[in-house]
Design a binder for this molecule. Structure first.
Ligand code: FMN
Length: 407
């Protein structure tokens, strides 16, 4: 015998499901059309009513089943770029954390991303932090997340990457490695990732910059980074395939930290192949969204991170002297922002938060705009523009809402 209350609850639940499905279907049309204006004006306001983690899952599912409009088929030749020894047909990749479990690489490739970075993935599967753990800050064009490395673990993710790479051997897949929250030896977790994925990954990322795994960022410190990288590079050098290793850093570091990180990553025995700048920030400056949301713990990404991450790219570029490539990430919203990161010193860029506001198809408008800006500024390739304004890019500005690229 079902009670009246139970009947009402079930009706309410199915109503909610229908509503959510309606939004997903409507969103699907916008996403499929690849029209980011449509997405921004109609879908994004609707999505603010839906749990952000649900939207993220929906976007991954749509991409997984190729329900996303195919992007530009041939990238303009001036967008060809290098991530060290790796060549990509355009310099805009999807950042780690979107396809955590390597479920939709094929859809992302089809949509137009120059390459994908999957993960962060840890040796043992883990559920991550309690929900809710992702928040939108619409007034700030930002996201706060404290997922906490929820992922399917090395084994399952490895199978998916291997299958995809057997079909698309030339498409670059980076594997972003994390450490299990309860791991007794975090350094060994990164080494296990290198061993597991060495025969299939195109590059590795040692992610020690997530703010959502307690004390993980301590591994960036001068007392611990050399030991971590010695172990990682030793493990890498003992595999049959020599896969490039990149380090992903946090934006919340001092100039002294930058100097010490650069010294380590260029030293014999701990020399890596590239650096990704940056992960999310724990700062909360000048935000305009509801304080209830801005005070949520976790990493902040999107527009408020843009200027800080560009300054960091420029500072690292000066310090590294072009010896290893930089991938710039943080608050990129359009082609101008991508160009600003390149001029600051990035050889290529990645995006994430903008996708939550404009849909996955945004990469195509971005590519088109970037290609035009390069031409307009007399650059025949991305490489020619890399670091062309690294000195000017180090000047902080007070407000971070608009692009600062010289176009
Ligand atoms: C919801 C969410 C989850 C993320 N998860 C990861 C992750 O697992 N590993 C990682 O290295 N970075 C992760 N990031 C950070 C992004 O890769 C990127 O560095 C950061 O968001 C800045 O770029 P954006 O401003 O374009 O979002 C995550 C970001 C978001 C918004």
């Amino acid at each position: 015998m079902i009670s009246q209350r139970e009947i009402l609850w079930r009706k309410g639940k199915s109503g909610l499901k229908v509503g959510a499905l309606g939004i997903v279907a409507f969103g699907g049309i916008g996403i499929w059309s690849g029209n980011d204006k449509f997405f921004e004006q109609f879908i994004a306001p609707l999505l603010t009513k839906v749990d952000p983690e649900f939207s993220h899952r929906a976007a991954v599912t749509l991409a997984r089943f190729h329900l996303q409009k195919r992007g530009m088929t041939d990238d303009p030749p001036n967008l060809r770029a290098n991530l060290g020894s790796l060549v990509v047909s355009n310099p805009i990749g999807i950042a780690a954390g979107f396809d955590k479990n390597a479920e939709c690489m094929s859809g992302l490739r089809r949509t137009g991303y120059g390459w994908v970075e999957i993960g962060s993935v840890t040796p043992i599967p883990q559920e991550g932090n309690a929900k809710p753990r992702v928040f939108r800050l619409p007034q700030d064009k930002a996201v706060i997340n404290r997922y906490g490395f929820n992922n399917d673990g090395h084994e399952q993710v490895y199978m998916r990457v291997q299958e995809f790479k057997s079909q698309h051997p030339d498409y670059i897949v980076g594997v972003n490695l994390g450490a299990n929250k309860e791991s007794p030896n975090r350094i060994s977790d990164y080494c296990k990732g290198i061993e597991r994925f060495s025969n299939t990954a195109d590059y590795f990322v040692i992610n020690i910059s997530s703010p959502n795994t307690p004390n993980l960022r301590d591994l960036q410190k001068s007392e611990t980074l050399p030991e971590l990288l010695q172990n990682v590079m030793y493990t890498r050098d003992n595999q049959t395939r020599r896969v490039p290793v990149f380090l992903k850093v946090a934006p919340d570091i001092t100039d002294a930290d930058i100097k010490s990180i650069c010294k380590t990553v260029l030293s014999e025995g701990t020399k890596i192949d590239g650096i990704i700048i940056s992960n999310t920030t724990i700062t909360r400056d000048d935000l305009e969204s509801d304080p209830k949301v801005t005070q949520e713990s976790g990493g902040l990404s999107g527009k408020p991170l843009e200027r800080a991450s560009t300054i960091l790219v420029a500072k690292f570029y000066s310090e590294l002297n072009g010896q290893i490539p930089i991938i710039g990430v943080g608050g990129i919203w359009d082609g101008k922002d991508a160009f600003a990161k390149i001029q600051a010193g990035a050889s290529a860029v990645q995006i994430y938060s903008v996708v939550a506001y404009k849909g996955l198809g945004v990469v195509n408008a971005m590519k088109k705009e970037l290609s035009e800006i390069l031409t307009k500024n007399g650059y025949k390739s991305v490489a020619e523009a890399v670091g062309s304004r690294h000195a000017e890019s180090q000047t902080p500005v007070t407000k971070t809402k608009s692009s600062s690229a010289a176009v």
